[in-house]
Design a protein around this ligand. Structure first.
Ligand SMILES: NC(=O)c1ccc[n+]([C@@H]2O[C@H](COP(=O)([O-])OP(=O)(O)OC[C@H]3O[C@@H](n4cnc5c(N)ncnc54)[C@H](O)[C@@H]3O)[C@@H](O)[C@H]2O)c1
Length: 322
């Protein structure tokens, strides 16, 4: 297949590109490099620097390459920034998705894989969540992702656009080759943020120790980025069968923040220092998801452990993040 991977110079998109190419697909990466990195673009991919908000550019790409599937990983993704600058988030995330869908329709491109998020749930009352749990996002980032899902549903009804939307939970790790992973200097995601502290000899901040969990720190569902890339590969088969759907990608279980810190201590740095800080507003006690639907309909299984996530991210940060 020929895949237009929008956001393919970012963390998750670059790992997906590597797997697509390994499986014989042709990949065109469109990325404006706003948070991405040229060195995360696979050497065998065609790279176009530009924004998904640029309709004419999308139109040109669709006319030049016979695109079978769009994978849309591009987005603004930092929750506090979305609270401070909601218009930018809606413009890029929702406006970008609408622009892509419009250009797809104009060029008769029928298939899209979309990167959604656990943030669509907000502060949920019951865990594990699944695809039928109430979606009440509590920040503009989560709201923008939910709006995008609505755009996909409407494009499906109006134009027969097939879509697979994946709600990712906490993502970590690097690809097996060690070449693609979380490149950002100041990562906000827990596992890279802890490894960053290890490498810079800084103290890890744990926000809150009075949550209703076994050790008082937040419980979260962690998933290896290669497992997510594998889900995209399986989604290609669904799209070929003209099937659409929304899927939660998590592990059915989780680890508390303190458990993750202790694992890094055990696996990487015996002298890791950490301190407790006040709770952050809007952080739920626990957020984990069932992956039953993804298993039953896509055959998707979690293959990587917390140890794989910690160690591969650490090795990637140590060698690639300069
Ligand atoms: N990382 C996670 O834990 C996580 C969790 C849930 C959902 N997601 C979703 O997965 C997707 C990928 O996340 P990531 O962690 O790889 O983020 P990332 O910031 O590493 O990658 C996003 C990429 O999109 C590009 N981009 C941004 N705006 C663009 C635009 N207008 N046009 C073209 N390119 C643009 C950036 O330059 C970057 O390369 C996002 O949609 C995010 O919402 C991520």
């Amino acid at each position: 297949m020929t895949i237009l991977n929008i956001g393919g110079a970012g963390f998750i998109g670059s790992v997906a590109t590597e797997l697509f190419i390994k499986n014989g697909h042709k990949v065109i990466v469109l990325d404006d490099l706003s948070t991405g990195f040229k060195k995360l673009v696979h050497p065998k991919a065609v790279f176009v620097k530009g924004s998904m908000l640029n309709y004419n550019l999308l139109d040109k790409i669709f006319k030049k390459y016979k695109i079978d599937v769009v994978t849309l990983y591009a987005a603004k993704i930092v929750v506090p920034e979305s609270v401070a600058h909601p218009n930018d988030y809606y413009l890029t995330n929702v406006g970008g998705t609408a622009t892509v869908l419009k250009a797809m329709h104009a060029n008769n491109v029928k298939n899209i894989i979309f990167a959604s998020s656990a943030a669509v749930y907000g502060v949920c009352k019951k865990v594990p969540v699944d695809e039928k749990s109430p979606t009440v996002p509590c920040n503009p980032y989560g709201a923008s992702k939910l709006m995008c899902e609505r755009l996909l549903i409407d494009a499906n009804k109006a134009h027969g656009t097939n879509f697979i939307s994946f709600r990712f939970f906490n993502v970590a790790g690097a690809s097996k080759s060690g070449r693609y992973g979380m490149m950002k200097q100041k990562p906000s995601l827990l596992i890279p943020a802890i490894n960053d502290c290890v490498l810079k000899h800084k103290t890890v901040s744990i926000f809150g120790n009075k949550y209703k969990t076994k050790d008082g720190t937040c419980l979260r569902d962690y998933i290896h980025v290669s497992d997510l890339a594998n889900a995209a590969l399986l989604a290609l088969d669904q799209l070929k069968k003209n099937k659409s759907g929304i899927y939660c990608l998590g592990s059915n279980s989780g680890y508390t923040v303190l458990e993750v810190v202790k694992n890094v201590e055990k696996l990487i740095d015996k002298n890791l220092k950490y301190e407790f800080k006040p709770n952050r507003a809007g952080d739920p006690d626990a957020l984990i998801t069932s992956n039953k639907k993804a298993y039953q309909q896509l055959g998707w299984k979690v293959k990587h452990s917390l140890k794989d996530m910690i160690v591969s991210d650490y090795n990637f940060r140590k060698t690639m993040v300069k």
